[in-house]
Design a protein around this ligand. Structure first.
Ligand code: ZN
Length: 420
């Protein structure tokens, strides 16, 4: 009911003064008054990333998805543009506070309190990710320690000196920090850090990565899921280590068949579609995220009634790949590889085409060469056992895979490059 009231308010505002959605609704001949309950949501059109891109191209610089006069907007962010031209997103004071309120709720869900000290190992650029944690921590009343522009060692020293307890970061960078600590004889497991808020890429929900991070840091990992276009819609509670809650007080989630757009049954894998309820100034209504998810049946022991997505985001719609008739999600492979490799090792998963057939290979960077043969074999065996497919596993020289302090590029699709 609360969801519907918020949706109704949003649609009223949008129908009055948002040219982007006015055009979309007019072209279908639909008015907001026809949406009388949540069951009518399906009458509204989907929104895609491509539409936002084209709108901003035609109406530079900010497009027409603006409900308020331009002078009311106070924050500028943009998407990273990994799959196209970056999209610009503006927030008003009100919508920025909403983003913070969402992050505050998520931090509380992980057990963060105003007693905590949150260190942000993040370069404060135009990307939304950790700005949201900044705003959430601020609203919650934690002490916030920004370390933009610093290197890993400086950040580690800052963690120790100021007894930071919460670190929002990407899983890759949390591992990089742990490796830097080891190289510099810093005992990070005995530091004051007790919580890692992980975002940007799968990590806390991949047992191989979670176990590694929890043992390095001696801290608990929580997954935080969102995207600039809609906001931070997914979070982990303290009771469910294998799933994320959808923050249904602030978002409406639907799960559809990615090909037919028909809703899937509970427990079936489908594409997540999200409507945000707190950004009427630049909303995303029925936004097709491209994320594949599966709603878990039953309730969570934390007492929240919000739905749980089993395994979080299982993969991207465009990354799900069929290898000899088997649907393969990159996350499943990531999990297998992560459970065999050690600290300092790295890997990439490549998909390519050979004689018109999808093939996959795993490129491993193994720190100590004498372990590589056994690891290769173990990974191959586990993939064959679990997925019933044979995958090539190679070792490549150390330093071949580029390192990043944001997201590691683990999955490479070479099919567009032709036969390799
Ligand atoms: Zn829960």
């Amino acid at each position: 009911m609360l969801q519907f009231q918020k949706l109704e308010t949003l649609l009223k505002k949008v129908s009055t003064s948002n040219p982007f959605y006015q055009n979309k609704f007019n072209s279908l001949g639909i008015t907001s008054s026809e949406i009388r309950s949540l069951d009518d949501l399906g009458k509204l059109p989907f929104t895609t990333k491509r539409e936002f891109e084209e709108d901003q191209k035609r109406h530079p610089p900010f497009g027409t998805n603006l409900t308020e006069p331009l002078e009311n907007y106070v924050q500028y962010r943009q998407t990273s543009g990994t799959t196209g031209k970056p999209i610009k997103f503006l927030d008003t004071k009100e919508s920025w506070q909403w983003r913070g309120k969402v992050a505050c709720y998520i931090l509380k869900g992980a057990g963060v309190t105003k007693e905590d000290r949150m260190l942000l190992p993040f370069n404060f650029g135009p990307y939304t990710a950790f700005w949201i944690m900044y705003e959430g921590g601020y609203q919650l009343g934690t002490l916030i320690i920004p370390t933009g522009g610093w290197n890993s060692l400086q950040r580690l020293q800052c963690i120790l000196e100021n007894r930071a307890t919460v670190i929002p970061t990407t899983p890759s960078y949390a591992l990089t920090l742990a490796e830097t600590a080891k190289e510099n004889h810093i005992d990070i497991a005995n530091s004051s850090v007790r919580i890692l808020m992980l975002t940007g890429e799968p990590g806390a929900l991949i047992p191989g990565i979670r176990e590694k991070l929890e043992s390095h840091w001696n801290a608990r990992c929580f997954d935080v899921i969102g995207m600039t276009e809609v906001g931070t819609w997914g979070f982990q509670c303290t009771e469910e280590p294998n799933g994320v809650h959808i923050l249904e007080s602030e978002f409406i989630a639907e799960v559809i068949d990615p090909h037919t757009a028909i809703p899937v049954q509970e427990g079936e894998v489908g594409e997540l579609v999200v409507t945000n309820l707190g950004r009427s100034c630049m909303p995303s209504i029925r936004y097709r995220t491209g994320d594949l998810v599966k709603v878990k049946k039953g309730s969570c022991s934390c007492g929240r009634t919000f739905h749980v997505l089993d395994g979080g985001v299982l993969g991207r719609k465009d990354e799900m790949i069929i290898i000899r008739g088997v649907n393969v999600f990159p996350n499943v492979l990531t999990n297998i590889v992560e459970s065999h490799i050690g600290p300092g090792d790295d890997y990439q998963i490549e998909v390519y085409e050979k004689k018109g057939i999808n093939e996959m290979r795993i490129q491993l960077e193994i720190k100590e060469e004498d372990r590589s043969k056994a690891i290769k074999q173990a990974i191959q065996d586990e993939i064959r056992g679990k997925l019933n497919i044979r995958v090539e596993v190679n070792t490549i020289p150390k330093g071949t895979i580029p390192k990043s302090d944001y997201k590691a590029k683990r999955f490479i699709d070479r099919r567009k490059e032709g036969n390799v």
